[in-house]
Design a protein around this ligand. Structure first.
Ligand code: LLP
Length: 424
């Protein structure tokens, strides 16, 4: 099926995300192969793209899940993941979410990755109340310099000022507490220092810092350790040139792990973006164009207003991210630079300048939108959440309907019956 045909088909329309499930499965397969026979878990970061068909495609390839909320945990389980293949990260897990993680399956989830010394006391208390032993991993903040992390400040997490993880100086205390708890069992250590790394440099620095710490602790305090987790963050090429493949990150980290005598521990990684970003596009329709003539000291400029906005794909507005935009059904002929913008009443609702056919096309695709697109979408300006279409082997196999305007109006006006603020 062609993207243009999908966008023109009134039963799909625009704005619509389209995902290639087969290509996502291939990504997972290639990454998994990099572990060779080493024990491992590819814990897919569900926050990147939480659509059921995506989860099922990745779980079928043997991926586990990295979740950051009770909702994501419930979703991953409904999508068929065994509880022991789930790890739970997050700086502010509620007691309710801890209870959920502890109560799931015969032994709770694979690991609650604690992000503070304070959280350990709560895990112990909740596990004790449930009469269970919770498997715990300590997420360490290796305190790398923000400069060393070489990514956008909003997506760097492994530096001293970040809210994430247990500071190096507090790790011994954390380990002591987990060991002392009758209902907590220390199974792993993790780091996650940022996202969209284009080469292995900072990722390896973090892994090395983690492994050095673990090698020391393992002699005494952490004898029952099962895994080390070096987090997600493998970058993708948004059009600026090739980046290191996820498999290269894994091979480099495995070498370090063996060098420090930790080769027997399972290696967990938590990729989100790298498995899904390149295999999703956001289809949009041109609503109108607008030209500003030169004059008044201003250069001429042309805008193309499309029906997808920052509420559908917030990355450009939030991180100054650039996504390539291509016309569907490209035709030969003159081209011109257009400032492609959405309909939302915000200056930041702007996808940047793109060379497009002139006169401008009626349909475009925003590329590399498979990660952090739909999952970060909102109904701002009363815009319903976009539709989603799932392809397998080039055929439509599943569809999620666009959000309904009528439902939005009813809900905002207070006309719907769901009035419980707990939302349970
Ligand atoms: N593990 C943890 C603990 C994380 O916080 C994240 C992402 C990941 C794994 C997955 O990282 P990835 O492999 O996708 O880079 N919304 C931003 C990215 C935020 C990432 C948040 N944490 C964006 O659109 O660029």
């Amino acid at each position: 099926v062609s993207l243009a045909a999908l966008a023109r088909d009134p039963s799909y329309g625009t704005p619509t995300y389209v995902y290639d499930l087969s290509a996502m499965a291939v990504e997972a397969r290639e990454l998994t192969a990099a572990f060779d026979t080493a024990p491992h878990l590819v814990a897919y970061a569900v926050k990147a793209n939480s659509a059921g068909p995506v989860l099922r495609a990745l779980f079928a390839e043997g991926c586990g899940a990295d979740v950051v909320s009770g909702a994501e945990l419930a979703l991953a389980l409904v999508a068929g993941i065994p509880p022991e293949r789930v790890v739970f990260s997050g700086v502010a897990k509620t007691n309710q979410e801890l209870d959920q993680a502890i109560a799931t399956g015969p032994r709770g989830i694979g690991a609650i990755q604690v992000e503070s010394v304070e959280e350990i006391g709560r895990v112990e208390a909740r596990a004790s109340a449930a009469g269970r032993v919770a498997r715990v991993a300590v997420r360490v903040n290796p305190g790398l310099g923000l400069d060393a992390l070489d990514t956008h400040a909003h997506i760097a997490t492994g530096h001293d000022e970040a809210k994430f993880g247990v500071a190096k100086g507090d790790v011994a205390t954390a380990v002591g507490l987990v060991n002392a708890g009758a209902h907590t069992e220390l199974v792993g250590f993790s780091v996650h220092v940022g996202s969209q790394f284009k080469d292995t440099g900072a990722y390896l620095d973090a892994a090395r810092a983690l492994f050095a710490m673990v090698a020391t602790l393992r002699a005494e305090e952490a004898k029952g350790l099962v895994f080390v987790d070096t987090g997600g963050g493998f970058g993708v090429d948004y059009g600026e040139g090739p980046v290191a493949r996820p498999s290269e990150f894994v091979r480099a980290v495995r070498r370090e792990q063996r060098a420090l005598g930790l080769g027997d521990l399972a290696l967990h990684v938590e990729p989100g973006r790298s498995l899904v970003a390149a295999h999703g596009v956001l289809l949009a329709r041109a609503i109108s164009s607008k030209a500003r003539a030169s004059g008044g000291g201003l250069p001429p400029r042309r805008w193309l207003m499309i029906d997808a906005g920052m509420n559908d794909l917030v990355r450009p507005a939030l991180y100054q991210a650039r996504h390539r935009i291509v016309e569907l059904g490209a035709r030969p002929g003159p081209r011109a630079a257009f400032r492609v913008v959405g309909p939302v009443c915000e200056s930041s609702d702007d996808f940047g300048s793109h060379e497009l056919a002139d006169p401008p096309p009626d349909l475009v695709a925003i590329l590399d939108a498979g990660a952090y697109g739909y999952t970060m979408a909102s109904a701002y300006n009363g815009r319903p959440l976009p539709a989603e279409v799932f392809l397998e082997g080039g055929r439509v196999v599943d569809v999620r309907a666009r959000g309904s305007i009528a439902h939005w109006v009813e809900e905002r006006a207070g006309l719907t019956s769901s009035r419980s603020p707990s939302g349970a």
